[in-house]
Every structure is written in C-alpha cells, then in structure tokens.
Design a protein around this ligand. Structure first.
Ligand code: MTE
Ligand code: MO
Length: 527
C-alpha cells in the first residue's frame, strides 16, 4: 500500500520514543527513581501471579530487568506506531492512547515503594512530549495528505505544483523527524550520564551499614495505640522534605569532606570514614519546619545517629567572640546557628543515620546537622560540607536574607489528627487525639475543648526526652450535630500555648489547631 501510512507510523514512533527519552531523563534528574518504564516493568512483575512471576524473574535473571525492559520497549514501540497510523484518520486516538499509557505508568510509579508525588513529574513530562512532538510531525503530514487527496486536474503545471508541495511536506516531515529523533537520543544520553552518578551513590547508600545505629527502640508507651494519630516514629519514607535544591546533591561518601574553620584555633577537615570512626551519639529527636502552619505536617520524629557537634568544635577550639556557626551545604544553601545551641549539651549532632539507616539522599546523605529545639531552617543542614565559626553580625544566611528571623527556636505546638476535618463520627463518646511538641522543654499537658466548653486533659504517651513530640488522646461525650474541637499544650515550664494566631513568617506560626466534625445520631430513628 502507500508509503504515507509508513510516514504516519514513523511519526507515532518518533513521538513515542521522544516522550520516553524526556521522561527517562526527567526521572534521572528529578528523582532517585529509575525511569517510568522501569516502574512498569516492576508493576508487571508485581501483578503477575506467583508461579508465573517466579518464572519471569528467573527467566529474566534476578535483578537484571534488561530483557523485560527491551520487551516492554518493543511492545510500546508497536503501540506508538499504531497510534501514529491512527492519527491519520482520527486525531483523538493518539490522545486517548497517550492518556491511557500515562495513567497506567502513573499507577505503576505510585505502586513503587515509598513513591512521592514528585515521582509523577517524569510521567507528565513524557506525556507532554508525546503531544507536542506528534503535533509537530503530523502538521506536515496533513499538508501532504491534502495535496494527494485533491483530485488532479488535467493541467501538467498544476500536477507539478502539487507534487512540489507534496515533496515539500515530505521533506519538512523527515527533517523534523530526524531532528526530534536526534534530540531524543541526546536527551536520553544526558539522562544516562546524570543518572549513573546518582544511582551509584544510591547503591552505595543502600549497601552501607552504619554499625551500632538503630539500637535505641522507641520507649514502651510512646504510642497510645489510637488509629490515625501520626505514628510516634516517622518512617523515613513519610518524613517531610524541605530543600531549595531542585536536583538534590548525590555525594559519594568517599568524596565527602567537612571543613570546620573561621574563628577557631585550628581548622579541622574530616572525611566520612574519620567521622564514622569517632564516638557516636544516638537520640530520638523531632524536627519541624518554621513554615509548618498550625495543624500542619511539616514535622516528624526520628532516631538520629551521629557525632556530637560540640566534640568537633572543641577539637577545633572556638575563639572568644564567636556567637554563631554559619553552615553551608554542598548545594550552597546556608543557615546560621547560635554557637550556644551547638555547645550547651543539648545533643546537636552531625547525623549519619536516620531510623537506623544511612541518611536517605533527600534527607542529607551522607551527613547532615541536627539541633534539638531549633527549626530546620536555622539548624538542620542537609549535605553539610562547611561549618564556619563566626558572628551573627558578620553574615546573613539563606532564609534570613529572605525575611525570616535570624534565630529560630521552635514554638510550642499541638495538632489534632483525630477526628479528621469534616469527618462524621457517631455521637456519644468521641475519641480525640494527635501530637504535641515543644523540643527542648517538653510537653507536660495537652487539653482539648469541644465547642468552647471546658478543657479536657488528654492522656499522653511516654517520651524518652524533651526533644520529641508526644502523642495525646482522650474522649468526651458529644451530642449529635456539627462541632469544633480545639487543642492546646502546656510545656514543662508551665507555659500555656497561646491562642493568638500568627502566620509562619518570620519565625513560626502560633495559634491553636481546630477541627470541625459532625457527630451523627446513632439511635434508631422512630418510625
Ligand atoms: N541543604 C539544605 N539543607 C536544608 C534545607 C535546604 O533547603 N537545603 N532546608 C532546611 C529546612 S527549611 C528544613 S525544615 C529541614 C528539613 O529537613 P528534612 O527535609 O530532612 O525534613 O532541612 C533544612 N536543611
Ligand atoms: Mo524549614
């Protein structure tokens, strides 16, 4: 049949592969995941029934997904070509096809362990590439079709003109196809180069065992056993992430150096091995973000293992007059921490492990800092590489330059996790619960109040120190109807959390968390 059908198929194939290339590279750059196609392969393996999966895994070799990937690529190539061919008559067929492929891929990505919403970005980028490239390639083909479809009048000159437009359309198409194809190869190649380094670091991290880390279990009674309250220990995969880096630094431990300098008697430079060889400390500590709104979830609690910052500063010998440490990360982010907070015995550390595992890359691998009682933006430098002992008067750190306070001690906070906002609960005895924190001082009391009624004292979970959040829970009688519950905490010094509402800027929000819910009448209605 006609050669044009071939051109349409080629358009579909080129568009399809270009989308795979951009999504692959986006995945290499933006996430620590493999490409979305790998997510499909993993999804296929997962969804295959047991014995078949066994066979597939053995057949394709354990850990080596290459053959499966090639098969998936071949299948989608056929699909891409078919979508291109279909576009010739019905423009919406490729649109529908791409949408289905993107949705299936998105599902596969989300099925992966510990996936985040950001992992969907490569899929979106691939989808947009499909639409864009297909539009680009189809335009000259449509022109070509029009010339061919027109009934040919007898005049030779017209036929020549017609053939010229046809040849022109064909040439435009081929030029575009070659350019797009070439660009796709370059993009995919760049992704490969970028991804290899990153993946190597991730692999190193995965195989790294930090001896002695993770030996401190959560205290008995830290969890009240109430469903839907944030778990006392926040798993690494669920721990909130805040960083200014678009592409998070991937630092191989062998390449990591920490320099301690500035107002010190002697500069200290440390390698990762040298850091690991030092005496270690381990503590449960809650980390929270200054941008966490009242009731928000930019807060988590984990077991951190590392080396006391005070030990390293002592070794460097801090000179009189210094009052701050300017911390810098590998990606150039900075924060200023009061020297006192690093040396007053509260346990500020250079952390290497989180919940017993080497730090996840997104949480600062291989080394980050942590200071109990300070918001992350003034204390918790991920991918830390430089500590300069200095004076607050002599510098201004990243967020301070952008209007946030120079100092950021955490404020007392309490949050309602149960019931959820808008939830319907049976009237009668209603359960309430959540978390509260005041790192450094500790929480002594949490109370809740329904509809402005009396404050009811909640039960508190056990905590190992003043530096972690505490679970709270309690019940009270609530009649049918719409209600609002509020919560407030009191710290160990007797300071009651204020109900004065302030926004997160410049040094953290205040005010009480409140949740609206409905209690439904459960008594049998009269007939
Ligand atoms: N390198 C670097 N470190 C950083 C940041 C950053 O943007 N870059 N953000 C800080 C802020 S604002 C917070 S709240 C904590 C969050 O740490 P997490 O992402 O491990 O939860 O990291 C801090 N450390
Ligand atoms: Mo933050």
């Amino acid at each position: 049949m006609d050669e044009r059908a071939g051109l349409w198929r080629l358009a579909g194939l080129v568009a399809g592969l270009a989308g795979l290339a951009t999504s692959y590279t986006a995945a290499m750059v933006l996430t620590i995941r493999e490409s979305p196609v790998v997510a499909i392969a993993e999804g296929v393996i997962r969804l295959t029934p047991g014995p078949v999966a066994d066979f597939v895994i053995r057949f394709f070799g354990s850990g080596n997904k290459a053959l499966l990937l090639v098969m998936i690529l071949l299948i989608v190539s056929v699909v891409f070509a078919a979508l291109g061919a279909a576009a010739r008559r019905r423009w919406w067929v490729p649109l529908a096809g791409y949408s289905v492929l993107a949705l299936v891929t998105a599902a596969a990505v989300l099925l992966q362990r510990g996936s985040a919403t950001a992992d969907l970005l490569p899929v979106v980028i691939g989808y947009l590439t499909w639409l864009l490239v297909l539009a680009l390639l189809v335009a000259p083909l449509r022109r070509l079709e029009r010339t061919g479809a027109a009934p040919r009048p007898a005049g030779a000159s017209v036929v020549v003109a017609d053939e010229q437009t046809g040849a022109h359309g064909r040439r435009t198409f081929l030029v575009r196809a070659v350019l797009v194809g070439g660009a796709a190869v370059v993009v995919a190649g760049a992704g490969r180069v970028l991804g290899t380094g990153r993946r190597a670091v991730e692999e190193t991290r995965r195989l790294l065992r930090i001896e002695g880390a993770g030996q401190t279990p959560p205290p008995r009674g830290s969890s009240l056993g109430v469903d839907d309250i944030a778990s006392w220990q926040t798993p690494n995969d669920d721990f909130y992430q805040i960083h200014t880096a678009l592409v998070v630094p991937a630092i191989a431990p062998v390449d990591w150096r920490l320099r301690i300098h500035g107002m010190v008697e002697r500069e200290v430079e440390l390698t990762y091995d040298a850091l690991l060889a030092r005496e270690r400390t381990e503590a449960w500590t809650t980390l929270s973000c200054v941008s966490n709104p009242v009731g928000g979830d930019l807060v988590g609690n984990a077991l951190w293992t590392g080396v006391l910052t005070s030990d390293l500063l002592a070794e460097a010998g801090v000179l009189p007059g210094a009052d701050a440490v300017l911390q810098t990360s590998e990606d150039g982010w900075t924060c200023g921490t009061p020297l006192e907070a690093l040396t007053d015995g509260r346990g500020a550390m250079l952390a290497v492990a989180m919940n017993g595992e080497a730090l996840p890359i997104e949480h600062g691998f291989p080394v980050r800092t942590l200071v109990p009682g300070l918001y992350g933006y003034v204390s918790a430098t991920k991918w830390v590489v430089d500590l300069e002992v200095t004076r607050f008067a002599d510098f201004s750190a990243y967020w301070t330059q952008r209007g946030w306070s120079e100092r950021g001690p955490v404020k007392i906070a309490s949050r309602i996790d149960v019931p959820r906002s808008g939830e319907d609960v049976p009237a009668g005895r209603v359960a309430f619960g959540g978390v509260a924190w005041m790192q450094g001082t500790g929480v002594s009391t949490v109370e809740f109040s329904v509809d402005g009624g009396e404050w009811v004292a909640a039960d508190l979970g056990r905590v190992p120190s003043a530096d972690t959040w505490v679970q709270w829970a309690g019940t009270t009688d609530v009649g049918p109807g719409d209600h609002r519950v509020r919560v407030r905490a009191t710290d160990a010094d007797g300071n009651v959390q204020t109900d004065v509402e302030r926004g997160v800027l410049p040094d953290g929000a205040t005010g009480l968390d409140e949740v609206d819910f409905t209690a439904t009448d459960t008594s049998t209605p009269d007939e």
